[in-house]
Design a protein around this ligand. Sequence first.
Ligand code: ADP
Ligand code: MG
Length: 480
Amino acid sequence: MEDLRDKYEVVIGLEVHAQLKTKSKIFAPDGCEFGKEPNSETSPITLGMPGVLPVLNKEAVNMGILTGLALNCEIPERCKFDRKQYFYPDLPKGYQISQYDEPICVNGYLNVKGKKIGITRAHLEEDAGKLVHAGADGLAGSSYSLVDLNRAGTPLLEIVSEPDMRSSEEARNYMEELRNIVRYIGVCDGNLEEGSMRCDANISIMPKGSKEFGTRAEIKNVNSFSALQRAIEYEIDRQIEIVEEGGKVVQETRLWDDNARETKSMRGKEDAHDYRYFPEPDLMPLKISREWVEEIRAKMPELPQAKRERYMSLGLSEYDASVIVEQMGLALFFDEVLKLGASPKIAVNFIMGEIAAYLKENKLEINETKLTPENLVELISLIEKNTISNNIGKQIIVDMMKDGSKASEIVEKRGLSQISDTGAIKEIAQKVCDANPAQVTAYKNGKVQLLGFFVGQVMKETKGRANPKAVNEILKEILG
Ligand code: ADP
Ligand code: MG
């Protein structure tokens, strides 16, 4: 397959649905919190009762505008809502209110690892409910399905990219950056596994050098970044095989099965006219004044790209900066620590080292531990003042995360403060040398790398408390 791959160019465009974190639904007053008792958030509007009218949730519009601005979009002065008709039991009205030809955001782009990926549009719409096919839910043989309409009417922002991506890796990077952005601006949890962010991948292939795109297949049901990459890789091979055998790729919607590691045809792809779009008569077109847009722009928090660049300007490597930004909790914690004036270098060593390891091992977020930014800053200041060594710091940070104690308290209680008294260090160094005459001779005969051995022994004797710089100097003096 590898050499066949070289004959083709891959074209990918993503449609991403981000569930907006509003308190209530987009056109109804019911709450949209995840995990409520089935059908407990179902007002007559959500149920599509005759005579009810939708009322637009302003917060959903604010979040749409904020996202558009973060994605470098234009926010047209006017947008409107349209009815998209399709019958499905999880959609009681028989149509979905969406935006068709006048969306809230247009013509944006996202910089992804140095490449500009165009964003065609982003539009607001309502989510459908959830069907539970009872047979598949453990009641084998049952012939019915259950519907939970709590999710029906939850606001979504559908973000549609240009077909600008050329590999599964680019698609993944785009998706990851998009997720970072919606999380940092606070409009969406960005949880692919729980479905608060969902992605449809459109994929086609064409002979290398061709200007005309091939027919695309749309892949649904990818629930993680790695599944997205796997699904795209599978789909590329599937399409190449069809074309190589003289066949034609058909435009269709396919479902990714991550266990079977394959896509399966779900249905032929509808065209827009199949949906019989028409303007939603129950909602006025929405005028968005420039003042409104500016008011929202003024609230834009620092975006992930700017954050990475700021961290790098503080001396972090690109890798460290990216890893911290990927984990929003850590980044916000790190920002607090910086605000309190701590050295970024020492702070990042703790965060990327002991702290990250502890969080990973215990599957925790930093705010689920008892470590406060103030306490980390105090620990760092003890190291900077040479009260304790870096190593001691590493030993006590886990306790600080577990029980919230202050570094100075632990140091005092356990007598961990650094020995900088040269007399005391000299005594121990001499003892170590006396106990290891063979190594002393070897050192004196030129095996100077043995210095590390002696330093290690002194550190062991002092339980890591000796000032390393003083130890080095004193040993060199004794060993001559
Ligand atoms: P629909 O809403 O019917 O799925 P759109 O025209 O809005 O159709 O396109 C959906 C997505 O498909 C966009 O992200 C776009 O970039 C992508 N796309 C369009 N044509 C192709 C193609 N030939 N190959 C890959 N992706 C494509
Ligand atoms: Mg689509």
